[in-house]
Design a protein around this ligand. Structure first.
Ligand code: DGL
Length: 270
């Protein structure tokens, strides 16, 4: 599925998906499964990552740059597969382009509905947790619940190195998650698209009784709804999947091969 049907400057009728790095591949996977015939173009903005600890101005500027690059290359819709970019910058991107823009934000609502202990933990980047969107979600859905907000520095970097389950990574996961378990959290929101790649290691630490909530499938469903009959392809063949990065192509190639599969070919976003 790495066939190159388009030149790099023409993604007509493709769906653009982007993140600060490889985390958004967890969303791309859900989109690929939901829409097998669509051509997908993924951008890992690894040259400017991680976003989570940087200024709002930087995140906004990067979101607009990548979003406009995809839009001018002709994509028919964009999925922002990054919670940080969504909560900081999505409204600016929507002001600048007139194709559908679908975004991911922390799944606080489903988690609040699901918890039985009444304690929900939201794992995300510092910028995401400081955002008005998260404050609003907590206010709207947190009534009678305790919602614990936990930034997880180092997790994004571990995924960017495809280091998903080393002893070092396990220690990094335990450091933030064990105190939340002690507080009684039984439902964890994976509020950063990198974190689903740590699901296996996380689940072993928190135990099978604790739910880890990832909204990627809901995002793919929302994208499908937004495309509707008019924009969905009616092709009967499988779509292509192309990968671009602003970072070091050789490194990103290695990580994408690990997280996505051997057929992936990473190109430079020139
Ligand atoms: N994957 C991004 C998110 O969903 C952020 C990672 C980063 O800090 O760059 O928030």
């Amino acid at each position: 599925m790495s066939a190159h049907h388009h030149s790099s400057s023409s993604f007509t009728d493709a769906i653009g998906v982007f993140d600060s790095g490889v985390g958004g591949l967890s969303v791309l996977r859900a989109i690929r499964d939901a829409l097998p015939a669509e051509n997908l173009v993924y951008v890992a903005d690894s040259g400017h990552a991680p976003y989570g600890d940087q200024s709002e101005a930087h995140i906004t500027q990067r979101t607009l740059t990548v979003g406009n690059w995809l839009a001018s290359a002709g994509v028919k819709a964009i999925t922002v597969a990054c919670n940080t970019a969504t909560v900081v910058a999505i409204r600016h991107l929507r002001e600048q382009i007139d194709i559908p823009v679908v975004a991911i934000e922390p799944a606080i609502k489903p988690a609040a509905n699901k918890t039985r202990s009444g304690v929900v933990a939201v794992l995300a980047t510092t910028q995401t947790l400081q955002s008005e969107s998260v404050a609003r979600l907590c206010q709207e859905h947190g009534e009678g619940k305790r919602i614990l907000l936990q930034a997880c520095p180092g997790w994004v970097e571990a995924v960017e190195m495809a280091d998903l389950d080393s002893l070092r990574t396990q220690a990094l996961l335990r450091q933030f998650v064990e105190p939340l378990i002690s507080e009684g959290a039984d439902t964890f929101v994976l509020g950063c698209t990198h974190y689903p790649f740590l699901r296996g290691a996380l689940q072993r630490i928190v135990g099978e009784q604790v739910a880890l909530i990832d909204p990627a499938v809901a995002v793919a469903t929302e994208l499908t709804r937004r495309l509707g009959n008019n924009l969905l392809t009616h092709a009967k063949t499988l779509g292509s999947t192309r990968f671009f990065t602003t970072g070091n192509v050789a490194h990103v190639q290695q990580v994408v091969s690990h997280l996505w599969g051997d057929g992936a070919i990473v190109e430079s976003m020139a």
